[in-house]
Every structure is written in structure tokens, then in C-alpha cells.
Design a protein around this ligand. Structure first.
Ligand code: ADP
Ligand code: ADP
Ligand code: MG
Length: 650
């Protein structure tokens, strides 16, 4: 086994690789761009090397800088992760020329599968079924149109160098072919520097089922399939293993076709053979065709890990360091069912536009696997893929694994940026998907349904009511010791997205309260020392820079907006707190000589039948208190004085 490896990547996959390396006692070197200097993968690694600017071409795609970092730190091997340099054969050759190991397949194997047309030709030769179509050299527009006619519409035009769903166009009628061809070629030229395309029959009721393979250069095995049919714009959204409706015959046929593909190129390391399946009549052994091979670790590899109990990164390291495959085909067992959902910073309502922002808060429930490369406080920058995390669940049956996924999504908390969490949650409840009937068109067909507010989602006002309750919780608890349970009412204003919400909270007993917003009311009860809105127990609340309410994948962030909140209004930094209105002192919450934080409640006034908590305008020590409980005061009366701030303090 290697003693030290360098990870030429960032984000969740770099963290994922470091975790396994550590488990195996292998030291790790992270590389990072300027904007990633404090990223999670850098803090997790034993050493880190800065390799350049934020743009990928100035850092994570700079093969020479990465190889220099490996040599300088004494790393013996480089793990490329996925994306970036992972499928770049020139990089593999440069790594090997420098006397280092590449944790992945040979440059030759990557080249063989690099272009979709050449890969199809090779697979056809090896006896692997391929999608009917044209994948030759002739790129003449008239000729290609003729080929499309011969194949029969609908057809799919694909950039031969394509990846990540780019450079692909579905064409339903001959009249649209010329425009689609031009668009596909332009996209291929722009994204991959190669405008060559191939034409394929567009498979009906398409399901994307891929097979995880592993080779050691001599032998190859498969680790079963993953169904990745839940896609948006040809990009995977939720993946699972095994594929719904899979039969032993189909698995054997697909598994052996995938192993045949791997062996045909003397494959070493982890790879994925992607097939398109016509699911219109269930899974049939004569209805699946090779699409492409991804010669790297795949984003969705954790579902395979969940159902096999194996660590694929461990396998990668063992095979790359010269060991044979850890298990033979019949030693690899499938157990239960697993799902993965990709959580992105993206604005679903704005057409899934990638979003950026500082993650004010990020938390995952304990009973799922959450692979992430960020933590609360980190920034999702515009430079890289906006994936926040992958949420993976496992269970003995598909039903159980899926309800665990649904639950895990509901309990995931992200604040600070818009995300696709509510969309994923809706997807995990979609009837067809729940029945195991997904094809690649499901999301597009039911987009309106999936992006609409679910019926049992709490209304914005209920979220606000929960925030009100949270904001008032401390004074309420404090008051509990002072009041004789005459109903107490407190008025409060919260700010949400620039709008103000006026709320009224009435305490009607030690454990009962009523929140009123406009003409709606919510009962609140206190259980185990915490307040809950009756009937909305799934809501969770966290306060840091704002009050974040999480429910069913929805997040709403509120800010306290209290004109009487001295810390938020005029007088900031002043020493004396004055009565804002005439009233009765209900409670004094601090004593002379006590140190207080900014915003800490100082006293409670009752005025016009409302309770108002006055808070410290700044941190400091209480010098003098001018009031006591029960005292009637006039507007402008002095209440609490803080010791003068020391001179020269900022
Ligand atoms: P997977 O099946 O593993 O999801 P994808 O094709 O979606 O595979 O790509 C995985 C990762 O690689 C993603 O982060 C994607 O952004 C990146 N990626 C894929 N193709 C390219 C490419 N041609 N150029 C740059 N990044 C790519
Ligand atoms: P990429 O390199 O971008 O991942 P793929 O060839 O793997 O390109 O195709 C991406 C997706 O497009 C597939 O997962 C599938 O949903 C869809 N697709 C590809 N080929 C076909 C086809 N012949 N018929 C129907 N859908 C297809
Ligand atoms: Mg693909």
C-alpha cells in the first residue's frame, strides 16, 4: 500500500478519498486554489499545497503544478477524483513519466473510451450491444440527416467528446434536424473543443442503468447495477441500487456485458459502463445497449458501497498499489437497497439556476450518510460545481430505504443559499418513483407537480409562527417565574426577505401559548422544555445570524425586527437604556456588576397590555439599575446603565 497520496480534486470527493486513506493509514496531500485555502478538504488532509487561482484552468486543471506538488511532498500516487483531470490521458502519462502512480486506469484505456464514437465501435467489436445509429467519420450535414432518416425519429445527436449531459439534442422530426445538429456541434466545439457528433436512435421509455465494474488489469468483476433514470437535462438527480424490477437474467446479461467491456480494454481500477434500457415492457435482456464508459470513480458510487458493504476507494488504492482484486465475482454480495440524492445550491423556481452564497447553517440527520465538502460558514462560490452534498440511505427493502431518504431530506438543514432540497423531497414522494416506475422523462413531465408547494408543506405563515415562538422563547421562560398566569401578550415583528410580518404571541399558561399572524392562529405547547406548534412537530429551528426554520426540505430565514429592541435600533453603543414608553416594570433580568452580552434581555416592561423585552445595546458590565419589579415608569425614565466603554477600545 502507498504511504502517501495526493488528491487532485476538491469538495466532497476529495474529502471522501481522504477518509478512506486515513482508514488505511495512508497520509494525504490536498491541493487547493486560492479561494479554497480554508476548504474542508484542506483541513482534513495531512498536508496541503496551494496550486493557483480560483478558475479551474489556473489550479485543479494544472497538471504540471499538481505533479510538482506530489514530488515536493513525497506523495507516491495521485488520485484524480471525478471531473477535472480524472479522464485526461495526457495527465496520466505525465504522472507516470514523473515516476508516480495514477490511481485509475491506464491512459490507453481512458483514450479507448474517451470519445463516444470510437468507444461504440470498440464495444461492437467486443460483442457488447450498442444503441443503433451512426458513429462514423462523415460529418456532412446532409449525410447525417440521411442517417437520421434511416434510423427513424426520434433520434439523439451527441457530441462524441460530450460529458455531463452537454452537447446532446433530441430530435423528434426531420424538419428540426438541421438546427439541432448545428446547436449540438456548436456546444461540442465550445465545451470540449471537438464538434464531431454521432446519431443514435432515441430509445423509448428510456431507463439509465449502469454497471459498476472493477479491474486489476488482468481480471474484472462487476458490483451490480445502479439505476440513474431520475434525470434532469440528462443529468442525474437521484440514483439507486439495485434497479427496480431487475431480474437475475437481466443482471447476469448486463453484468457480463459490462465485464466484457472492461476486459476488452484491459481495465484497471473503478469504472462504470452506462447502458440505456428500453423499459416499455419491463427489463428484457434484448433491450439494453451500451452508451458510454466512465473511466473513473462515479459521483453515485456510494449507493454501490451501501448495497455491497465495500469501500470502492479502498479497492482503488489496493488495485493501484499492485494488489489483485480483493474479491472474486461470487464473493461479492448484494444486500438491501440504497438511494443517493444530490443536494445542490440551485434556484429551482428560476429553472434550476446554479446559486451561490455563504452557508449560514448546514446540518444532516444522523441516520444517513452525507458526503459533503463544505460545512456551516463555507461559501458556495461561482467557480465550481454547486453540489453541497450527497445524501445516501440504505435499508433492507426499497420501501424502507426510500422512506429513510424522504426522512433524511426532510431533516436536512441548509440556510444561506437556495437549494433543491424541497424538490428532492417532493421527488422522493413522487408516486411513480415510489412505485419504481421512473424513466428519464419523469422529472420533465411532472416538473410542475414536483416544484409546486406540497399540500402538507407548512405555509409561510406557519414557518413565521414557529420563528416567533422561537424568538420569544427566552423571555417567556423567564416570565414563567414572575407571572400569575394572567394572559400576557407580546407583539413582535419579523423580517423575511425584506417583508415584515407582524405577530402577536399570547402566553396562556406555563405550557400553552397562542401565535397570531394576520387572521390566523396557531396553538403552541411546551414539551420537554421546548415550544412546538401543535400539528407541526416536524419543524426544526436554528438561530445563528437569523432564525432559520426548516420543514420538509423548505427553509425560511427570519430576522428579528423589533423597534423596541435597543440593540437593533438607535442608541447602539449608548450606555443608558431608557424607557421607550410609559408602563409597568414586570421583571428585571440582570443585576449590578453583572457582565452582559449585546442583545441580552435586561428587563421586561408591560405597556398597553403588551410585554416588551429591552435588550442590552452592547456588551458590557451593568453599572447601575434604576428600577425594580412592580415600579410604574414614564417614557424616557432611566432603566439600566452600563459602565462606560474603556477608552481606546476600537
Ligand atoms: P456522473 O455520472 O459521475 O455524475 P457526470 O458526467 O455527471 O458523471 O460528471 C461527474 C462530474 O464530472 C461532475 O462534477 C461534472 O461536473 C464533471 N464533468 C463531467 N464531464 C465533464 C467535462 N467534460 N468537463 C468538466 N467536468 C466534467
Ligand atoms: P454523458 O457523457 O453526457 O453522460 P451519455 O451518453 O451518458 O452522455 O447520455 C446522458 C443521458 O442521456 C443518459 O443518461 C440518458 O438519460 C440519455 N440518453 C443517452 N443516450 C440515449 C438514447 N439513445 N436514448 C434515450 N436516452 C438517451
Ligand atoms: Mg453518461
Amino acid at each position: 500500500m502507498f504511504r502517501k497520496i495526493l488528491i487532485a480534486n476538491r469538495g466532497e470527493i476529495a474529502c471522501r478519498i481522504i477518509a478512506t486513506a486515513r482508514k488505511l493509514g495512508v497520509s494525504t496531500v490536498a491541493v487547493h486554489s486560492d479561494v479554497d485555502a480554508r476548504a474542508l478538504h484542506v483541513t482534513m488532509a495531512d498536508e496541503a499545497v496551494a496550486i493557483g487561482g480560483a478558475a479551474p484552468k489556473d489550479s485543479y486543471l494544472k497538471g504540471d503544478a499538481i505533479i510538482a506538488a506530489a514530488l515536493q511532498t513525497g506523495a507516491e500516487a495521485i488520485h484524480p477524483g471525478y471531473g477535472f483531470l480524472s479522464e485526461n490521458p495526457d495527465f496520466v502519462e505525465a504522472v507516470e513519466r514523473a515516476g508516480l502512480n495514477f490511481i485509475g486506469p491506464s491512459a490507453k484505456a481512458i483514450r479507448a473510451m474517451g470519445l463516444k464514437d470510437a468507444a461504440k465501435a470498440l464495444m461492437q467489436e467486443a460483442g457488447v450491444p450498442i444503441v443503433p445509429g451512426y458513429h462514423g467519420d462523415n460529418q456532412d450535414a446532409m449525410f447525417l440527416a440521411g442517417e437520421a432518416d434511416a434510423i427513424g425519429y426520434p433520434v439523439l445527436i451527441k457530441a462524441v467528446a460530450g460529458g455531463g449531459g452537454k452537447g446532446m439534442r433530441r430530435v423528434d422530426a426531420a424538419a428540426d434536424f438541421a438546427d439541432a445538429l448545428r446547436a449540438s456541434k456548436a456546444e461540442g466545439a465550445h465545451a470540449f473543443g471537438n464538434d464531431a457528433v454521432l446519431i443514435e436512435k432515441y430509445v423509448a421509455s428510456p431507463r439509465h442503468i449502469e454497471v459498476q465494474v472493477f479491474g486489476d488489469g488482468r481480471d474484472a468483476v462487476h458490483l451490480f447495477e445502479r439505476d440513474c433514470s431520475l434525470q434532469r437535462r440528462h443529468q442525474k438527480v437521484i440514483e439507486e441500487a439495485p434497479a427496480p424490477g431487475m431480474t437475475p437474467e437481466m443482471r447476469a446479461a448486463m453484468g457480463s456485458a459490462a465485464v466484457k467491456a472492461a476486459k476488452a480494454i484491459g481495465y484497471s481500477g473503478a469504472g462504470t459502463v452506462e447502458f440505456i434500457v428500453d423499459g416499455s415492457q419491463g427489463l428484457r435482456t434484448d433491450r439494453f445497449w451500451f452508451m458510454e464508459m466512465n473511466t473513473r470513480l462515479q459521483v453515485e458510487h456510494p449507493v454501490t458501497e451501501a448495497v455491497t458493504g465495500l469501500d470502492l476507494v479502498e479497492w482503488q488504492l489496493r488495485v493501484a498499489s499492485g494488489e489483485p482484486l480483493p474479491l472474486t465475482q461470487d464473493q461479492i454480495q448484494l444486500s438491501g437497497h440504497a438511494f443517493e440524492a444530490r443536494l445542490y445550491a440551485e434556484d429551482v423556481a428560476a429553472g434550476f439556476l446554479p446559486a451561490t452564497g455563504r452557508l449560514a447553517h448546514l446540518a444532516f440527520p444522523g441516520d444517513c450518510r452525507a458526503d459533503t465538502g463544505v460545512s456551516g460558514g463555507d461559501v458556495i462560490s461561482p467557480w465550481y460545481d454547486p453540489m453541497i452534498a450527497k445524501i445516501i440511505t440504505h435499508g433492507p427493502t426499497r420501501d424502507i430505504a426510500l422512506s429513510r431518504l424522504n426522512r433524511a431530506l426532510e431533516e436536512t438543514q441548509v440556510a444561506g443559499t437556495v437549494t433543491n432540497l424541497a424538490f428532492l423531497t417532493a421527488l422522493s414522494r413522487h408516486r411513480g418513483f415510489v412505485r419504481g416506475e421512473a424513466d428519464t422523462g419523469l422529472i420533465e413531465r411532472d416538473l410542475a407537480l414536483l416544484t409546486a408547494k406540497a399540500q402538507d408543506d407548512p405555509a409561510d405563515e406557519a414557518m413565521a409562527a414557529a420563528a416567533v415562538l422561537h424568538a420569544a422563547a427566552l423571555p417567556l421562560d423567564v416570565l414563567a417565574g414572575f407571572t400569575l398566569w394572567a394572559p400576557l401578550t407580546r407583539r413582535m415583528t419579523l423580517e423575511v426577505g425584506g417583508d415584515l410580518i407582524e405577530a402577536e404571541l399570547t402566553l396562556s399558561g406555563p405550557d400553552h401559548a397562542l401565535v397570531r399572524i394576520r387572521d390566523r392562529e396557531w396553538q403552541a405547547v411546551r414539551q420537554g422544555g421546548r415550544w412546538h406548534l401543535a400539528g407541526l412537530s416536524r419543524m426544526q429551528i436554528v438561530e445563528d445570524d437569523g432564525i432559520h426554520v426548516f420543514a420538509s426540505g423548505l427553509t425560511t430565514s427570519f430576522r428579528r425586527h423589533d423597534p423596541l429592541d435597543r440593540s437593533a435600533s438607535a442608541g447602539l453603543g449608548s450606555d443608558m437604556t431608557l424607557a421607550p414608553m410609559p408602563g409597568l416594570v414586570r421583571a428585571v433580568l440582570v443585576s449590578a456588576g453583572q457582565d452582559v452580552e449585546m442583545g441580552q434581555p435586561l428587563c421586561v416592561l408591560e405597556a398597553m397590555k403588551m410585554e416588551h423585552t429591552l435588550k442590552a445595546a452592547r456588551a458590557g458590565r451593568v453599572a447601575e439599575i434604576f428600577i425594580q419589579g412592580g415600579l410604574q415608569i414614564a417614557a424616557g425614565d432611566p432603566l439600566v446603565l452600563l459602565e462606560a466603554e474603556e477608552a481606546g477600545h476600537g
